[in-house]
Design a protein around this ligand. Sequence first.
Ligand code: ADP
Ligand code: MG
Length: 469
Amino acid sequence: MNVRPKSATFDLEQQWALVKSQLRSEYGDTAYKSWLASLVLEGLEGDRVRLSVPTRFLRDWIASHYADRIKVLWRRTNPLVDGVALTVAPSPSRPPKSGEVSPALSEDAITEIAPSASVAEVAPTAEVSGPLDPRCTFDSFVVGKPNELAFAAAKRVAELDRLPFNPLFIYGGVGLGKTHLMHAIAWEIQRRDPQRKVVYLSAEKFMYQFIRALRFKDTMSFKEMFRSVDVLMVDDVQFIGGKESTQEEFFHTFNALIDRGRQIVISSDRSPAELSGLEERIRSRLGWGLVVDIHPTTYELRLGILQSKAEAHAAHARVPDRVLEFLAHRITSNVRELEGALNRIVAQATLVGRAITLEMAQDVLQDLLRAHERRITIEEIQRKVAEHYGIKLTDMHSSRRARVVARPRQVAMYLAKQLTPRSLPEIGRRFGGRDHTTVMHAIKKIEELRAADSVMSEDIELLRRQLHG
Ligand code: ADP
Ligand code: MG
């Protein structure tokens, strides 16, 4: 039996640390602690990572709910890992040290453990394309007003051989479905024509590959490899900004592919115009094709997404409509959090055999809901206040000094300071680029008025209540 050299264990442990931190941020602290914190890294078995948990129940639960995700995340960190094996190890075992075989491993008489060299050296030549999440297809994507354009454009790109628009640039906030759509494009293209070479990767990985090629003095094969693809998809391109040599290489690759009539799909958290740290010619070229944005979700879309995700759980848990409506109403930030909330409720129900009710959902999601209550944005405040005083939203940013608009603006600044974690300079910027001293003055003014004027004090209370919703 092979025992891994020290470096392999170390590498694997680092990868595990990374995967764990990603799991934690994706599923939230509570779910993480309930389900995932007890996982122990046992080692590598062939190309499969072996993890253990203390009980069979946990093993089954993790296998059906998290194992796919763990695998995807792991493959992102190390493309050579091809699976995750879960075992039950009654007493929590510590990670094996070098030269030592953990009890779980010896019991199972694993004969093949990948030596570190194969992990480190094969990586550059292994497929560059990131793993695709099998759950992210067009079929599983729920379409609504905020994302219909992006969805239609993505479908077009995937369905046609001629290029409808090149590049397709998709942008939008975190967790709104950009990566989902890119994976869906890749799946669809592969399904239609397995011969077409589709490469999907994050901008970070693109940079990593390039820097690695530079280090190994192997930029030729890097270039050839990228330039031979039919479809290149680069996710989260905002991360390319700043690094000049990578930008340059990206730009050349990009131009070469476009010139050859190959499809490019880019995603970013902001529009091409807002991509700071990117050279002007690159920025403008990125916007040459079709630029579509995914808007924040609406209540209807959130409900639709929840209904479709709840259906997937239907076999082991029924989630009443009222609970779905409640979630759609309260968790508005992004789809990832929405999914996480639903998963937590279902997990709880399945684990303790508790029926899913509104009370139960509120109970299970206490921390999440509280965090959401606090997340009021300056935009919302401006909108509410403008509405309340019957002025235009644009007056919040305008330089008009007439009291009818100046006073409500001050109220909004005051509430922004009270209800959001934003600093004075930030608040000033969001009110038409005003100075922080102006904000300070506004806050002082409104505090005075509140104390002296009961109408003002009632206005503030009312607005505050409405904003807390
Ligand atoms: P982004 O890349 O924009 O940050 P993701 O594509 O990773 O967001 O989406 C976050 C999660 O929400 C994923 O699990 C994804 O499948 C899901 N999701 C986002 N939008 C939708 C949608 N319209 N229908 C179904 N699932 C969605
Ligand atoms: Mg993404």
